[in-house]
Design a protein. Structure first.
Length: 201
């Protein structure tokens, strides 16, 4: 059983801070100006709970014209960091559709996700109440964090939670495979022939 690789896909509408969130986690810094991403990936060895994991982060474009390329990444992701901006109700309203898109691509409703409200430092510009974010996350059985790529608040916690979820999901998946193999390989005991008794009169 191999559990040492983790491919996380960051999904969300345009300008919610997907690339900045990835860079904050992997490099510990905030990039003020960043070109809109079509598709970009980052790789780094991380240690969570004293266990090393080769982490690959796939940063997807939020623009509609890149949806086909984004869907390709949804198929191969192990876990999903679903992002909106607390300063944009429009980005929040796309969260349900994003969850549904992942379900369609994975052909399953069972996959590791973390839903994050980014830009939590923009208190005065808040459009999305925290309780609404918690509610939508609960609806899709997702963890929830409000984060700030700018200050770093809760960014590490969100990624680490998702990595743990992916590990647990893989453990369960591989355990089921092993169980199925064991059941398949169980030998069916042959029926013993009954001995005929001979009576001497």
């Amino acid at each position: 059983m191999s559990n040492d690789k983790c491919r996380i896909v960051i999904v969300g509408s345009g300008s919610v801070g997907k690339s900045c969130t990835a860079i904050r986690y992997l490099q510990g810094k905030f990039v003020e100006e960043y070109d809109p991403t079509i598709e970009e990936s980052y790789r780094k060895m991380v240690i969570i709970d004293q266990t090393p994991t080769m982490l690959e982060i796939l940063d997807t474009a939020g623009q509609e014209e890149y949806r086909t390329v984004r869907d390709k990444y949804l198929k191969v992701g192990d876990g999903f960091l679903i992002l909106y901006s607390i300063a944009s109700m429009e980005s929040f309203l796309e969260i349900s559709q994003i969850h549904q898109s992942i379900r369609a691509m994975k052909n399953s409703s069972d996959f590791p996700t973390v839903t994050c409200g980014n830009k939590s430092d923009l208190h005065n510009l808040r459009q999305v109440p925290k309780k609404e974010g918690q509610k939508i996350a609960q609806k899709f059985d997702s963890s929830f964090f409000e984060i700030s790529a700018k200050t770093g608040d809760n960014v590490n916690e969100a990624f680490e939670d998702l990595i743990r979820k992916v590990r647990k999901f893989k453990d369960t998946y591989f355990a089921k495979i092993e169980e199925t193999k064991e059941q398949t390989n169980v030998e069916i005991p042959k029926k013993k022939k009954k001995k005929k008794l001979c009576f001497i009169l």
